[in-house]
Ligand binder design. Structure first.
Ligand code: BTN
Length: 251
């Protein structure tokens, strides 16, 4: 079904929302608008991405019409060190939007993979462009299958039982949730977001995980988030490590 942009604009008055049929990546379009000085909260979405970008240099599968592929330009009163916390806030917002639009209770895997069961239904990127955060969010909505290389890892809202989810309603819920979570982070502070994330994620405490990092694999049990939003891991020898980046997988 074609994306009903007027319906979204009506529900988000005063918000700049650009929608494209096809683009390489909404991250590029949003970064361009940011450089041109667009208003805070500007949204760029597309029905299809031909070169969707994931974390760690991976690509993001962006089947036409089957997902929500959007980037938001966030002008937040925060410095670059707060980016990991912004990542957590965006994960929470996506988790919340999915719950509102579908009733599904997702899990969050640090830093911000959104899971249904053990598979990923949404992913988030946050890039800093000259003091502006470009937040890229991809939600698998109505995919019925995935390419072989990710079919064991990926799922969609539809495959998890939420049929006929409107991408328009999901986008409205997402934009409002991003606003809310960013407001909580900037006004209520770090502790509020850390608490909310810990409550929403089964991965922050007591999960036996493996962490693939550049050149090393760590294994241990998660033991919370530090004040910067990084994950703490207790290895079998008792040593505690702060995970700054890397893919966290259950063992
Ligand atoms: C991840 O690897 O988990 C992050 C995936 C982020 C995908 C979204 S889709 C919209 C935006 N445009 C992109 O090219 N990537 C992000």
């Amino acid at each position: 079904m074609p994306f009903d942009l007027p319906r979204v604009r009506e529900q988000l008055p005063g918000r700049r929302i650009e929608w494209l049929e096809s683009i390489d990546s909404t991250m590029n379009a949003a970064a361009r608008l940011a450089r041109e000085g667009c208003a805070p909260g500007t949204v760029v979405g597309a029905d299809e991405q031909t070169a969707g970008v994931g974390r760690h240099g991976r690509s993001w599968h962006s089947e036409a019409g089957a997902g929500l592929y959007v980037s938001l330009v966030l002008r937040l009163p925060l410095n670059a060190e707060a980016l990991p916390l912004v990542m957590l806030a965006l994960g929470l917002a996506t988790h919340e939007a999915i719950a509102q639009a579908t009733g599904l209770a997702a899990d969050l895997r640090w830093p911000n993979d959104v899971l249904l069961g053990r598979r990923k239904c949404a992913g988030i990127l946050a890039q800093l462009e000259g003091g502006v955060v470009i937040a890229g969010i991809g939600i698998n909505v109505s995919h019925t299958r995935f390419p072989l290389e990710i079919e064991d890892l990926a799922t969609s809202l539809r495959l998890e039982g939420a049929v006929a989810v409107s991408r328009e309603d999901l986008l409205v819920a997402l934009v409002r949730a991003v606003d809310d979570c960013c407001r909580i982070l900037t006004k209520e502070g770090t502790t509020a977001i850390l608490k909310m994330f810990s409550r929403a994620s089964s991965y922050t405490h007591g999960r036996h995980v493996r962490v693939e990092q550049e050149g090393a694999t760590l294994e241990g049990v998660t033991c919370g988030l530090d004040s910067s939003g990084f994950l703490r891991l207790r290895e079998e020898n008792g040593k505690e490590t702060t995970i700054l980046a890397g893919g966290v997988r259950p063992v």
